[in-house]
Design a protein around this ligand. Structure first.
Ligand code: GLV
Length: 320
């Protein structure tokens, strides 16, 4: 008999076909994310769970799973899963690192340019037939080349963002709980600085940290005060790293020049104030959303799941 698995949301067909050969799956088919209660009801008899970053897999969910062996998260971040509770019960947890690094770094740059060159605003203007001809001061933005880029979180994605910055001849500074080895600092042309120094000196600040109790509201109201008036803040990591309400207030007062956000504190909700501001570009958490990458993520999660169910060591086990 094939092991029973719960898939919390429709994933790409190729990954479903692959899973079908190995497991007997139930899939939440509603055109929305399942509620925690729905997951609790369906997970009781399952040995495997393939879930998304939008699913909260906490103690209550884990408690209700009687036969669970593995939780395969289809995301690199796994702050949606209570790892300690999983560990207590010997349940494996996996994620999808590596495959989305370049795609997310690309989107970071798309957001940087969108904010710096006011692209969404200019697009709206053109569609509204307001373009009356070239003007010297139409949609003046910010220069990128030669500026200072501050990277918060110098992991895989932070490094990929740094490599791209080299073609814009930028000065790169970074802040991370763990300093890179000297060879790596050389390779990425990145200088380690304390967070406060990064915030007060970078022209563009981009966040690539993981969400942990230590990074929750790392960019607090006080830290936002340190950011230069002409600077841009980008967050493609996790919403709760930034105090979203304080950021919205700072943008409204033009205390910061602009921001680009792909993630929010209470997704899918977005702080109301942000919705009416022109100096912020808002995306619906699409950092890794290229077809190729999302397929790789789904296949990786499926492979991890099957390996765990077979009693093998999954390729992408998260550290307990
Ligand atoms: C996306 O946010 C991910 O963690 O994969």
């Amino acid at each position: 008999m094939k092991p029973k698995v719960l898939i919390t949301r429709k994933i790409l067909a190729e990954a479903l076909d692959y899973l079908k050969e190995h497991v007997d799956y139930e899939i939440c088919t509603a055109d929305r994310n399942p509620t925690k209660q729905e997951i609790i009801e369906k997970i009781a008899d399952k040995e495997g769970l393939l879930c998304l970053l939008t699913d909260t897999i906490d103690k209550e969910v884990i408690d209700s799973a009687r036969s669970l062996k593995i939780i395969a998260n289809c995301a690199v971040g796994y702050d949606n899963i209570d790892i300690k509770e999983a560990k207590k019960r010997g349940i494996l947890v996996t994620n999808t690192p590596g495959v989305l690094t370049e795609t997310t770094a690309d989107l970071t740059w798309a957001l940087i340019f969108a904010v710096a060159r006011r692209i969404p605003e200019a697009d709206r203007f053109t569609r509204e037939k307001k373009f009356r001809g070239w003007e010297l001061d139409l949609f003046l933005g910010k220069e990128i080349t030669g500026k200072c880029l501050g990277i918060i979180g110098m992991g895989r994605i932070g490094k990929a963002v740094a490599l791209r910055a080299q073609s814009f001849r930028m000065k790169i500074i970074y802040s991370d709980p763990q300093r890179l080895a000297p060879e790596e600092e050389k390779k990425y042309k990145a200088t380690f600085v304390p967070l406060d120094e990064l915030l007060s000196s970078a022209d563009i600040i981009t966040i690539h940290a993981t969400l942990t109790p230590e990074s929750l509201h790392l960019i607090s109201r006080e830290k936002i005060q340190l950011i230069q008036k002409d600077a841009i803040l980008i967050n493609v990591a996790r919403g709760p790293i930034v105090d979203e309400k304080s950021l919205a207030e700072a943008l409204e007062r033009n205390q910061i020049w602009g921001a680009g956000l792909d993630v929010y504190e209470r997704e899918p909700d977005v702080e109301d104030k942000l919705l009416s501001l022109e100096n912020v570009v808002l995306l619906p958490h699409i950092g890794s959303a290229s077809y190729e990458t999302r397929l790789k993520m789904a296949m990786m999660a499926a492979r991890n799941l099957i390996q765990g169910l077979r009693g093998e060591h999954p390729d992408n086990l998260v550290p307990w």
